[in-house]
Design a protein around this ligand. Structure first.
Ligand code: HEM
Length: 207
């Protein structure tokens, strides 16, 4: 049988994704260094980490803008529109596949096609990360670059800057967790490397 490949990752998505992944990694590393390192023996010198973090935060904002506008203007945006009727049962059947079916060699419940690029759990998590968490980390990050403009000195008696910082770190933690789970699930393809190849050459290998 001929190997079936579908062109699913347009070039702008591939470039955006590569930049986005690199920027997120650098932001996580510099963020962790700023938060946890002993100031006397930092992983990365504090002022250097702040500068790198700010630069890549700005670049992440630019790349997010490309993703957002690209999804509005190109056909890729349709894969991010979630149909609410039947959502629970679709999520459940994908979850059941990942926890049981996959080990019994059951057929994939939502085979990838030009119409269905993401399975329900993928779609749910990609919408959550790209339309909730990434915008929130960008907004809180910019607010902390210009606290006088965007952050109240006190909120409910607590320092507004401190609260924004805590929220920013919490979202950063969620994005880091997403990244681990995301990379693990990307290995579930026709072969463990198929999905990674697809993100480079644009073609999804159907299995
Ligand atoms: C080293 C880090 C990363 C690797 C190796 C990686 C790998 C991949 C691969 C192989 C795909 C295509 C397969 C699929 O759609 O499931 C993909 C898609 C995707 N990834 Fe990642 N990823 C990384 C980081 C990230 C990060 C940090 C985010 C978000 C903050 C992200 C968001 C997405 C989204 C939204 C898609 C679907 C894009 C589309 O087709 O519209 N990825 N990733």
């Amino acid at each position: 049988m001929a190997e079936e490949k579908i062109y699913l990752y347009p070039i702008y998505i591939r470039i955006w994704h590569l930049c986005n992944a690199a920027f997120c990694l650098l932001l996580i590393i510099t963020g962790i260094s700023m938060q946890f390192s002993n100031p006397k023996y930092p992983m990365i010198r504090f002022d250097v980490a702040v500068t790198i973090h700010n630069i890549f935060g700005i670049l992440l904002t630019v790349s997010y803008f490309i993703f957002f506008v690209g999804n509005l203007l190109s056909g890729n945006g349709k894969y991010y529109k979630m149909a609410f009727p039947g959502l629970y049962s679709r999520l459940k059947s994908q979850f059941t596949y990942y926890t049981r079916g996959i080990f019994r060699n059951d057929p994939v419940p939502f085979p990838v096609s030009m119409e269905i690029k993401f399975n329900p759990l993928q779609q749910f998590s990609y919408i959550g990360i790209m339309y909730i968490l990434v915008p929130l980390i960008i907004i809180t990050g910019w607010s902390m670059m210009y606290p006088d403009v965007f952050i109240p000195v006190k909120f409910l008696g607590v320092s507004g800057l401190h609260l924004t910082d805590l929220f920013h770190i919490f979202i950063g933690f969620l994005i880091s967790v997403f990244m681990f789970i995301h990379i693990y699930f990307c290995t579930i393809g026709k072969t463990p490397l198929s999905n990674f190849k697809g993100m480079i050459n644009g073609y999804h290998e159907v299995h």
